[in-house]
Design a binder for this molecule. Structure first.
Ligand SMILES: Cc1cc2nc3c(=O)[nH]c(=O)nc-3n(C[C@H](O)[C@H](O)[C@H](O)COP(=O)(O)OP(=O)(O)OC[C@H]3O[C@@H](n4cnc5c(N)ncnc54)[C@H](O)[C@@H]3O)c2cc1C
Length: 474
């Protein structure tokens, strides 16, 4: 077999080598690494998942999965184990535009009114359940406490990895699922743009439920949006967005929660929020936007947060990671749907197709997350005018609510669809500002709102066009 000419990869059927020399090595046994193992396992290929930590990753991570991600979980046979481990249905979102305001309900249901369901559960229980499930699948081995520190190359191609213990493991395909601060991304020479956006103060609230059962809630009006969703009977997770400029000490954050955020959270959630903060269930994590323009090179693919991430407000990371592994498996022809790849050249061509399809899905989500965060934070006249406009837009039409939810949930991933919706919202906002329907009584305040709104929309359209152009020229 001449590996450098990419003639014939090892046939896994009947391959008798040790598992230290698998067909596919996956770096990272978090949510997306496990899902990738499930997507590529076909009972014949040997898949080795290397997880750096000996136990659970203690950091707070995502817990809410949109229906598009749930469909992938169902296809991989992972939804039932997650439901057994405590996962619950999510029916949509409730956005509460301000203190004591009526919520706008945004169901996930499709145009014909057919129910579509998301899923939420404690992140640690989610990953533990996936690890147990994929470890039991034929051909999959999950090794804990194995940190990957480098890649092995032959010429331009990645042909395996090296661990912190100095072990070299060769594989036909390496999948990087290390999460947002991926070290291999840098070692592979993949350029990245990293922006610190804000911080999340995550709280676990006990003995309480959200006002609209089985809905993710977004409370607006504070210095950052507050996301709350149920993760089980009487347990609510609250993610409070704190500006990057705010003081980070525990006492400072507690004071901020009490004075600047609690007034926008209705009772009895408010009391439970303050109780949880006092009881020290508070965890603070940084929110980054990480933008890449490559997620595949010969012999290697990046999936999940290793390929980039955006603000968690739109609860997008897990769904995007699931979409990644679905697209990758489809392109590789692994699993039940197609013939196995036959040569390195075939695999590498599939990886390039994966890269194209991944970015087509991801770009609209990145721009949506960015735009929605800016608007929901409402810092400045332009974002505030759009925020008021988007609430009126949703209140005025079920088509608008459905179109927004199709984008949010990943059912609709075309950038053109996002831009069309954005233009409608801006048009609606501008109409309200000009007619004085908003909160700006004076002409000068309305002029400031209008100019802020136009500047913001110009920036969004410009950024979208630059992104499309950069992806097109590679
Ligand atoms: C505050 C916050 C809230 C969020 N909320 C949501 C939400 O509600 N919904 C949603 O969809 N997304 C949400 N996200 C995003 C979501 O958490 C991520 O998209 C998701 O965790 C990505 O999964 P991953 O497997 O790619 O990475 P990770 O979850 O980071 O897992 C990476 C794994 O790789 C391991 N690892 C790292 N380096 C190595 C190495 N060198 N060798 C071996 N193993 C290694 C780590 O130990 C870890 O187990 C949120 C994110 C944050 C920060």
């Amino acid at each position: 077999m001449d590996r450098n000419k990419g003639v014939c990869i090892r046939r896994s059927l009947g391959y008798q080598g040790a598992m230290s020399d698998p067909d596919v090595v996956i770096v990272g046994g978090g949510f997306v690494g496990c899902a990738a193992a499930a997507a590529l396992a076909d009972g014949r290929r040997r898949i080795l998942v290397l997880e750096a930590r000996a136990g659970a990753d203690p950091r707070f991570r995502g817990e809410l999965i949109h229906p598009h991600g749930v469909a992938v979980l169902q296809g991989l046979g992972l939804h039932a184990p997650l439901a057994r481990a405590g996962g619950i249905d999510v029916r949509g979102f409730a956005v509460v535009p301000g203190e004591d305001a009526e919520p706008v309900l945004l169901p996930y249901d499709d145009v014909a009114g057919r129910p579509r369901r998301g899923l939420s559960m404690d992140h640690h229980a989610m990953v533990a359940s996936l690890r147990a499930e994929v470890s039991a699948r034929p051909g999959v081995e999950l090794r804990s406490g194995a940190r990957v520190t480098g890649v092995v190359r032959e010429g331009e191609r990645v042909v395996g990895i090296e661990t912190a213990d100095g072990e070299r493991i060769r594989a036909d395909l390496t999948i990087v699922a290390e999460g947002r601060h991926s070290k291999l991304r840098g070692l592979l020479g993949i350029a990245q743009e990293v922006r610190l956006l804000s911080f999340t103060a995550a709280l676990l609230l006990d003995d309480v439920d959200v006002p609209h059962a089985r809905h993710g809630h977004v409370f607006l009006g504070a210095p950052g949006p507050v996301l709350a969703y149920s993760i089980g009977e009487g347990r609510v997770r609250m993610c409070v967005d704190i500006p990057a400029s705010a003081e980070k000490g525990r006492d400072a954050i507690l004071a901020l929660l009490r004075t600047a955020y609690a007034p926008f959270v209705p009772e009895p959630l408010r009391a439970a929020m303050l109780r949880a903060a006092r009881a020290d269930s508070l965890e603070v994590c940084a929110n980054h936007a990480i933008h890449t323009r490559r997620c595949a090179l010969p012999g290697v693919a990046l999936v999940g947060d290793s390929g980039g991430c955006c603000h968690p407000l739109t609860a997008t990371g897990l769904t995007t990671g699931l979409n990644d592994v679905r697209v990758l498996a489809e392109e590789l022809g692994f699993g039940a749907t197609g013939a196995p790849g036959e040569s390195w050249a075939t695999v590498d061509a599939a990886l390039l197709r994966y890269q194209r399809r991944r970015y087509r899905f991801v770009r609209a989500r990145e721009i949506l997350a960015d735009a929605l965060y800016e608007v929901f934070r409402g810092a400045g006249t332009g974002p505030l005018a759009v925020r008021n406009g988007i609430i009126r837009y949703w209140q005025g039409s079920s088509r608008a609510r459905m179109a927004s939810m199709a984008l949010l949930s990943g059912q609709e991933s075309r950038l053109s669809a996002f831009l069309a919706e954005y233009a409608r919202v801006v048009g609606r906002s501008a109409y309200s500002v000009i007619n004085g329907d908003g909160e700006e009584p004076s002409m000068s305040a309305r002029a400031a709102s209008l100019s802020g709104l136009l500047r913001l929309s110009y920036e969004k359209f410009e950024r979208s066009l630059v992104t499309v152009y950069q992806d097109a020229v590679g």
